[in-house]
Design a protein around this ligand. Structure first.
Ligand SMILES: [Zn+2]
Length: 195
C-alpha cells in the first residue's frame, strides 16, 4: 500500500511529555486523536474546531470549517477505525458493524487528485471535512484487508499497547517509537546483561 500523506503526530501519554508517534497511516493517526483502547485522557478532538484543525493539518485541500455534524461523523468513523485497528493487531477481523461504518464513509466522495499547471488557479478549490473523512475511510478499507492486516501490530514492549501499521519493506518494525519503547528495551537488555 502506498501512502503519499505524511504520517505521525505529537502524542501525549499519561505519564510523559509529548513525543512523536508515527502510526504509519493517516487513518491510524486519526484513531490516535481519540481514546484508543481504554484511554479517555487521549481525546484531543473536543469540538468541531479541533477536528477542522486536525484535518487541515493532514489534508491541505481542506479549508471549510467542520460542522458539528462533521464532528459526529468523524468520531463515529474514528471509533470504527480504532476498534478495527486493535482487532487487526490481534489478528482478528474487524467487527461487521465497524466494517459497515468504514464502508459507508468510503462510499462518499473523497478529495479528488489535481494536477498542477492548469489554467485555473490550483489549490483554490476547498474540500470539505466530509471528503477528508472519506479519504481516511478509503485508506482504512485498504489497511484492514486480510493481506495488510498482519502489518498492523502492537508495540513489542510489554507495557505499551500502541498499534501501528508497519510500512517498512522488511516488515520488521517492533516499536511504537525507537526513541521511546525501543530504547527502553535496549536499556533493559543492557542492564540484564550487566548483572
Ligand atoms: Zn511502545
Amino acid at each position: 500500500m502506498q501512502s503519499t500523506k505524511p504520517t505521525g503526530q505529537w502524542f501525549r501519554s499519561s505519564d510523559e511529555h509529548q513525543w512523536w508517534f508515527d502510526s504509519g497511516a493517516v487513518a491510524l493517526d486519526f484513531a490516535y486523536t481519540g481514546p484508543m483502547g481504554d484511554n479517555p485522557e487521549w481525546e484531543s478532538l473536543h469540538d468541531a474546531t479541533d477536528l477542522s484543525a486536525w484535518l487541515e493539518s493532514r489534508f491541505p485541500g481542506v479549508h471549510s470549517p467542520a460542522t458539528d455534524r462533521d464532528l459526529t461523523d468523524g468520531l463515529a468513523l474514528r471509533a470504527a477505525i480504532a476498534r478495527s485497528a486493535v482487532a487487526a493487531s490481534r489478528d482478528e477481523a474487524p467487527a461487521a458493524e465497524d466494517v459497515d461504518v468504514i464502508n459507508l464513509f468510503a462510499a462518499t466522495p473523497d478529495i479528488p487528485p489535481a494536477l498542477a499547471g492548469g489554467s485555473r488557479q490550483a489549490g483554490r478549490s476547498s474540500a470539505r471535512a466530509g471528503q477528508a473523512l472519506s479519504a481516511m475511510a478509503r485508506e482504512a478499507v485498504e489497511l484492514f484487508t486480510p493481506e495488510q492486516r498482519e502489518r498492523i501490530r502492537e508495540c513489542a514492549a510489554d507495557d505499551c499497547a500502541l498499534v501501528f501499521y508497519d510500512e517498512s519493506r522488511s516488515n520488521n518494525r517492533r516499536w511504537c517509537s525507537m526513541k521511546r519503547c525501543g530504547n527502553r528495551a535496549k536499556v533493559r537488555t543492557h542492564r540484564a546483561n550487566a548483572r
